[in-house]
Design a protein around this ligand. Structure first.
Ligand code: NAD
Length: 350
């Protein structure tokens, strides 16, 4: 099988350290990947005068695949978030966040193994906001829900469930109150569910979901929801498994968004894989960063390009290395450096 070419963004802060560790672990796992190294974020601004150079966009447009370490976003002024810009540019409409408890990662819960699929482009995040009076004492934000946007993300959730051997999709909404917008999302879900008789389907109100997630998280398998609820619930789910530090994520688009041009003939969807945590400037350059989030994101990339055996080897190495304080990094109460942890991941690969 030929290697998949991936645009690799090393990122800022601890980005280069965790990227080097992840690339090394991927090679050891037998992944067949070829890298196109491209720049984004604060490093790109310093080197090229812009945080998201055209060459980076061109590379992703060509490869349709990106593995991305965290990027610094200035708060307040400065340039707008490159992460958001990348998602918008390639219309990466599905944000996929698995949450699974792992031995060695401190958490109040055990047996959590769920995936949240969040719609990434619509809802209150469509950016339609204005003051409704000249004195600017009242503001309005408009949530946009479309059948098109709902259907593609719900279909993605069902396809994901099928591909990963998951038994159930739960659609989360507030259609009892927001009868039109959330009602549309729910109706679309019920319609899509009929096309997947092999996958169980139910729906749940978002407030009840928040409670049930902390009472009985094992009740959930795949959750699909709109942008705002997904934003909140995916961090809640990360909290169930011990925080954002070890959480992976994927942002998935389709061929039309990936093309970025009318009339393009390439049908491959676009996908970007990234750790959920930030650039950790406080520990950058010290060789102690935990690369688990990026490694598990890379495992999702391998699944996406049908290299499931390499993905399983990488995950088995990570699971084993996390289990012992000797081989865990300091943020998880361990004693290992980034390089020592990576060595342990590679040694333990099954
Ligand atoms: P952060 O996640 O960078 O750091 C929070 C704390 O967690 C810090 O103490 C840090 O040392 C620790 N930490 C995070 N990741 C770690 C790892 N892999 N190993 C060990 N410790 C880790 O969050 P922040 O401080 O709020 O943000 C710093 C910068 O990162 C900001 O510029 C922010 O905009 C950016 N950021 C980027 C992304 C992204 O690119 N996806 C996500 C979040 C934040």
């Amino acid at each position: 099988m030929t290697a998949a070419t991936v645009s690799l963004i090393e990122g800022d802060g601890i980005g280069p350290e965790i990227t080097a560790a992840t690339v090394r672990a991927l090679e050891a796992a037998g992944a067949r990947l070829a890298w196109e190294r491209v720049d984004a974020g604060a490093g790109a601004l310093a080197r090229h005068g812009e945080p998201l150079p055209a060459a980076t966009l061109e590379s992703i447009k060509r490869t349709r695949l990106a593995l991305k370490a965290p990027l610094a976003t200035p708060s307040g002024g400065g340039y707008r978030s490159v992460n958001v810009a990348l998602r918008q540019h390639f219309d990466l409409y599905a944000n996929v966040r698995p949450a699974r408890t792992m031995a060695g990662v401190p958490s109040r819960f055990t047996g959590v193994d769920l995936v949240i699929v969040r719609e990434n482009t619509e809802d209150l995040y469509a950016g339609i906001e204005h003051y409704i009076d000249p004195r600017r004492t009242a503001a309005e934000s408009i949530a946009i829900i479309t059948r098109f946007g709902s259907e593609r993300v719900i279909v993605y959730a069902f396809e994901y469930a099928r591909r990963h051997g998951r038994r159930k999709v739960t659609l989360v909404h507030k259609a009892n109150i927001l009868k039109l917008s959330n009602g549309l999302f729910l109706d679309t879900g019920r319609e899509v569910a009929r096309r997947y008789p092999d996958i169980e389907f139910d729906d749940m109100i978002v407030d009840a979901t928040a409670m049930k997630l902390v009472i009985a998280p094992e009740r959930f398998d795949v959750i699909v929801t709109m942008n705002l609820f997904g934003d909140i619930l995916s961090d809640l789910a990360a909290g169930l498994i011990g925080g954002l530090g070890v959480a992976p994520a994927a942002n998935i688009g389709d061929a039309a968004g990936a093309a970025g041009a009318v009339g393009a003939v390439d049908e491959r969807p676009c996908a970007m894989f990234e750790a959920v945590h930030g650039t950790a400037p406080d520990i950058a350059g010290k060789g102690i960063a935990n690369p688990t989030g990026l490694m598990l994101s890379a495992a999702m990339l391998l699944d996406h390009v049908d290299q499931g055996a390499a993905a399983a080897r990488l995950r088995s190495g990570v699971t084993a290395a996390l289990a012992s304080a000797e081989t865990r990094t300091g943020d998880l109460g361990g004693r290992a450096s980034t390089a020592q942890y990576t060595d342990a991941v590679i040694r333990a690969m099954a």
